[in-house]
Each structure stands twice: as structure tokens, then as C-alpha cells.
Write a protein that binds this ligand. Structure first.
Ligand code: HEC
Ligand code: HEC
Ligand code: HEC
Ligand code: HEC
Ligand code: HEC
Length: 231
């Protein structure tokens, strides 16, 4: 409620205690005004609710407990996604690496940085870092990374240029329509399996033609029936 609304409503109370009939008529326009204000606030709230990233999801970029940068570690240092996300080819979920993986380097590198000191503290106390999830499907939808990665769908097609992100954010809606759009016509999104983690991979061939060949070669037939994703 805005300050103005609160003032208005206290006035309504005062007025309704005194001489009722003529006063009521006097404040009728105010009640209408109040109702309209309320409606406008409600509509604005709805728009705000639906179009903020957390609810619309595309663009969702939560703050992380340690400012780990994919742009630095992948884009500049050239680490492969699978150095950290080791399960992405074998499991439904892509794991987030444990602190040990970071300490392979940070036992030596940048130990004077307060962020690395915090990292080391987690390591020494055997406390996992509470990374905030960026991509989250509702429980009623089933997704499997290994199926997609082994089918030659690149990380970049679903997560965007992670190698250029200081902080990971969601680039695709992850809606049912988005899933189905590719399941109906996967060809333009297929690449040879060995390039799934290469963010800047390109080919001279038309993606459509290459996709047709790969689809046949890998025997792909993405499902559109409800039970594929709702189990
Ligand atoms: C040095 C380790 C490391 C490497 C290499 C790495 N990541 Fe990550 N990744 C992390 C960590 C740690 C997080 C969790 C913190 C965050 O979200 O930034 C993460 C988070 C993510 C997320 C968001 C997960 C979520 O919560 O939804 C995506 C997507 C992702 N990585 C994709 C990639 C891709 C694609 C590559 C390769 C191009 C890659 N990562 C390489 C360590 C790594
Ligand atoms: C076909 C689309 C697609 C591809 C390809 C894909 N991802 Fe994902 N990724 C998703 C979706 C959808 C989620 C959210 C899954 C959930 O909430 O269950 C996700 C979540 C993640 C997460 C968070 C942990 C998790 O499993 O929920 C990480 C890390 C990640 N992806 C990394 C990668 C990496 C690295 C690659 C490439 C090797 C990759 N992804 C390829 C769609 C994809
Ligand atoms: C292959 C080695 C390697 C791995 C593995 C690695 N890093 Fe790094 N990291 C580096 C290098 C190199 C730098 C840049 C140091 C510099 O700026 O001189 C760096 C910088 C950083 C910084 C910035 C520090 C600062 O204050 O400037 C943070 C934070 C960081 N890494 C976190 C992590 C986390 C978290 C992980 C594990 C998920 C991780 N790193 C894994 C090599 C690595
Ligand atoms: C960019 C293309 C693309 C996107 C986006 C995509 N998929 Fe897929 N999906 C595929 C391909 C290709 C396969 C492999 C089909 C095969 O192995 O025959 C597949 C397979 C699957 C399978 C395995 C089905 C089975 O045969 O058991 C599931 C489940 C699935 N996808 C769910 C999802 C969900 C949920 C989303 C959205 C969050 C999604 N997919 C988004 C391309 C995609
Ligand atoms: C390729 C995967 C896939 C297939 C096939 C699929 N769905 Fe979905 N469905 C999803 C995903 C992912 C979501 C969650 C979307 C979101 O949260 O925005 C979803 C959400 C839903 C919802 C909830 C809507 C909501 O607003 O949360 C219903 C109902 C639904 N699906 C019904 C169906 C029916 C019926 C079929 C068969 C005709 C079907 N789905 C086939 C992936 C799929």
C-alpha cells in the first residue's frame, strides 16, 4: 500500500463514525478513486511479477558465494567443461565440482586473494560451497544431460556462451515449448559429439545437412510423447 492509500483508508474510518448519510455521498468519489488506485497497483504488480527474471527465468543471474568466473577459467585459461562438470556425459545431472577440484590449482594460485582464502577455508573445514542453482526445471519435468550430450547437442545450444560469462545466467526459457521445438526439428542443433563442449565450434557445411547425416548416424529420434519428459 502506498502512503497515500493508507491516509485515504484512515480517513474512510474517521468519516464512517460520524454523521453517516451526507458524508457517505461526499466520500464516494474517493472510494472509487481508491478502488482504481488499487487496481492499477495490482496490474503493475502482475506485470512486475511476470517480467522479473526470477519468474520469467531468462536472464536469471543469481549472486554466487564466491565470484567464480567461467570467462576467466574457460574463456581465458581454456579449461574444458568436463574438467569440472565430470558427470555431464554419464548422468542425468551435470555435477557442480567439489572444492577439491578448485584446489588442484588454488593450493598454489592466488592464495593472497580473500576469495581464494575463503575457498581454502571451505576446503580445510570440509564444507561444500553453497552455489545457487541457476537452471531449475520443475519436479514434474524430467531432463537428462547424458542423452543430449551424447546425441551431439552442444552445451552452447542450451546454455549460451558460458565461456564469456563472468556470472552464469540463463539464456533459454527451458519451457516445454522450447524443449519441443528442438525435439521436432533437432537437425540445426546437432554437431559431431567430439565438439559438444566447444563453445565457438562452427562448420562450413550447412547445419541442416550435417544435422541430417548425424541424426542418421547416431540413430536419433527425440520423443514428443508426454511420458518422455513427464514420468
Ligand atoms: C573450473 C571449473 C569449471 C569449469 C571448467 C566449468 N565450470 Fe561450469 N560451473 C562451475 C561452478 C563452480 C559452477 C557453480 C557456480 C556458478 O554457477 O558459477 C558452475 C556452474 C555452471 C552452470 C550453471 C549451473 C546451474 O546452477 O544451473 C552452467 C550451465 C555451467 N557451469 C556450464 C559450464 C560449461 C558449458 C562449461 C564449459 C564451457 C563449464 N561450465 C566449465 C565450474 C566450472
Ligand atoms: C538440451 C539442452 C541442454 C544441453 C545440451 C546441456 N544442458 Fe545443462 N542444463 C539443461 C537444463 C534443462 C538444466 C536444468 C536441469 C534440471 O533442473 O533438472 C541444466 C542444468 C545444468 C547444470 C546444473 C546442474 C544440473 O544438472 O541441474 C549444469 C552444471 C549444466 N547444465 C552444465 C552443462 C554442460 C557442461 C553441458 C555441455 C557438456 C550442458 N549442460 C548441456 C539443459 C542442457
Ligand atoms: C586449472 C587451474 C584452475 C582451477 C582448476 C581453478 N582455478 Fe580459479 N583461477 C586460476 C587462475 C590461473 C586464476 C587467475 C589468477 C590471477 O588473476 O592471476 C584464477 C582465479 C580465480 C579467482 C579470482 C581470484 C581473485 O581474487 O582475483 C577465483 C575467485 C577463482 N579462481 C575461483 C575458483 C574456483 C571456485 C574454482 C573451482 C570451481 C577454481 N577457481 C578452479 C586457475 C584455476
Ligand atoms: C537443442 C535440441 C534439444 C533441446 C533444446 C532439448 N532436447 Fe531433449 N533431446 C534432444 C535430442 C537430439 C535427444 C536424443 C534423442 C535420441 O537419443 O533418440 C533428446 C532426448 C531427450 C530425452 C530422452 C528421451 C528418451 O528417449 O528417453 C528426454 C527425456 C529429453 N530429451 C527431454 C528434454 C527436455 C525436458 C528438454 C527441455 C528442458 C529438452 N529435452 C530439450 C534434443 C533436444
Ligand atoms: C520434450 C519434453 C516434454 C514433452 C515431450 C512434454 N513436456 Fe510437458 N513440460 C515439459 C517441461 C520442461 C515443462 C516445464 C515448463 C516450465 O516450467 O515452464 C512442462 C510442463 C508441463 C505442464 C505444466 C505446465 C506448467 O505451466 O507448468 C503440463 C500440464 C504439461 N507439461 C503437459 C504435457 C503433455 C500433456 C504432454 C504430451 C502431449 C507433454 N507435456 C509433453 C517438457 C515436456
Amino acid at each position: 500500500m502506498t502512503k497515500e492509500n493508507i491516509e485515504n483508508s484512515s480517513e474512510v474510518n474517521e468519516v464512517s463514525h460520524s454523521n453517516i448519510f451526507p458524508q457517505w455521498v461526499n466520500i464516494l468519489p474517493r472510494i472509487i478513486l481508491l478502488a482504481i488506485t488499487g487496481l492499477v497497483v495490482f496490474v503493475v504488480y502482475l506485470f512486475w511479477y511476470w517480467f522479473t527474471p526470477q519468474n520469467f527465468n531468462v536472464g536469471y543471474e543469481p549472486e554466487q558465494p564466491i565470484p567464480y568466473s567461467h570467462r576467466l577459467h574457460v574463456g581465458q585459461l581454456g579449461l574444458d567443461c568436463r574438467y569440472c562438470h565430470t558427470e555431464v556425459e554419464n548422468a542425468a545431472h551435470a555435477n557442480i565440482p567439489p572444492v577439491e577440484t578448485c584446489m588442484n590449482c588454488h593450493e598454489q594460485i592466488k592464495t593472497d586473494s580473500p576469495h581464494i582464502q575463503k575457498l581454502t577455508e571451505h576446503y580445510e573445514n570440509d564444507e561444500p560451497i553453497e552455489w545457487v542453482n541457476v537452471h531449475v526445471l520443475p519436479d514434474h519435468a524430467y531432463f537428462d544431460h547424458s542423452r543430449h550430450v551424447n546425441a551431439g547437442v552442444g552445451c552452447v545450444d542450451c546454455h549460451g556462451r558460458v565461456d564469456q560469462m563472468e556470472v552464469v545466467w540463463q539464456t533459454e526459457p527451458l519451457s516445454m515449448g522450447w524443449c519441443l521445438e528442438c525435439h521436432r526439428n533437432p537437425e540445426p542443433n546437432l554437431r559431431p559429439r567430439e565438439f559438444v563442449t566447444q563453445m565457438d565450434w562452427e562448420t562450413d557445411e550447412s547445419r541442416e545437412d550435417l544435422g541430417k547425416k548425424l541424426r542418421a548416424q547416431y540413430h536419433l529420434n527425440p520423443r514428443e510423447d508426454c511420458s518422455a519428459c513427464h514420468r
